[in-house]
Design a protein around this ligand. Structure first.
Ligand code: ADP
Length: 312
């Protein structure tokens, strides 16, 4: 009943004031981040076992991040500390137009240098789901390390989950992003994708081109509106929850974790429970928008259950 998450673990430096670019900000608040790490934390808070595979630098930020995951009860035996590159950093601010402005420090960062031989494959033993995102696919050798691990997970009959998150500025070109983001679909049983990402990949709103032989579930997230979940047999629109949103950072990761927990808790019939599972994922996603930052606002199981029981 558990998830192994593979990928980037980084520090987000969030600008102290709104309406400025990263260059203009007077200071930054340090926040742990990285989509696959957020998913691992959310799975743990929702009451399941989680492990994290990845690489940070042998530097104070890398050791701080390790402690953050450890404090959540995540198995970090497969988290490495590189002496060849530093922990990835991202500086983030909200501009006057409400757009996020990012500056990434990865020239290269430790996560990009993870090699196939660095992956602690033994960590996969005893876990049910293997989760990854598209950032690990951007460069070698992390791309090969990830795909080798995904193949190992598949050969152990694990369910594979993929979040093709789009961060165009990290890719050499939009074309390179489009081409490589498709790769993840060849491995995944469960895909979570936003409407914008569907449009980026397919040029439209039809998800038909996203299916591969092994795909079982495609959940298309639609922000405050909720999500549409697709199986081979049905497509279900599941409305979102109206909440006081303060910061949507990490909502997609929280939603992803909610879906995976729903699958774990219905091992024999999750394809028949997609409406309930997606409702739970929408609740976890909505709750993650109610406070600032990704990890600090990920709900516990108790809070999620309480939220769902509250009449609204
Ligand atoms: P991403 O964070 O990957 O861009 P979305 O913005 O679509 O993805 O959000 C993922 C999920 O989080 C949504 O499907 C929904 O369940 C929840 N969510 C996101 N924003 C809100 C919001 N403003 N109010 C309520 N729920 C939200």
């Amino acid at each position: 009943m558990s998830v192994v998450s593979f990928g980037e673990l980084l520090i987000d430096f969030v600008a102290l004031e709104h309406g400025v670019s990263v260059g203009e900000a007077s200071g930054f608040k340090k926040a742990p981040g990285g989509a696959p790490a957020n998913v691992a934390v959310a799975v743990r808070r929702l009451g399941h076992k989680a492990a994290f595979l990845g690489q940070v630098g042998d530097d104070p930020f890398g050791w701080h991040l390790t402690e953050v995951l450890q404090a959540e009860g995540i198995d970090v035996s497969g988290l490495r500390h590189s002496t060849e590159a530093r922990t990835m950093l991202a500086f983030v601010s909200l501009t006057k137009e409400g757009e996020r402005s990012f500056v990434f420090y990865r020239h290269p960062s430790a996560d990009m240098l993870m090699r196939p031989e660095d992956v602690a494959l033994e960590v996969l033993q005893g876990y049910k789901i293997f989760h990854f995102g598209s950032i690990t696919l951007i460069t070698e050798p992390s791309r090969s390390a990830l795909l080798m691990t995904a193949r190992a997970a598949a050969s152990q009959q694990m369910l594979i989950s993929y979040d093709p998150n789009l961060r165009l500025s990290l890719w050499p070109s939009a074309e390179a992003a489009r081409q490589e983001m498709w790769t993840g679909f060849n491995y995944a049983h469960i895909v979570k994708i936003s409407e914008e990402e569907v449009e980026f990949l397919t040029g439209g709103h039809d998800i038909a081109p996203l299916w591969r032989e092994q795909t079982q579930i495609i959940a298309v997230t639609r922000g405050a509106k909720g999500a549409t979940v697709h199986s081979r047999k049905e497509s279900i629109d599941v409305p979102g929850f109206a909440v006081n949103t303060r910061d949507t950072t990490g909502a997609g990761d929280a939603f992803m974790a909610g879906m995976l927990v729903g699958v774990l808790e219905n091992p024999d019939n999750y394809l028949l429970k997609l409406r309930e599972i997606t409702r739970f994922a929408n609740a976890v996603g909505a709750m993650a928008t109610m406070n600032l930052g990704a990890i600090p606002s990920l709900p516990t199981r108790e809070a999620a259950d309480h939220f769902l029981k509250t009449p609204r």
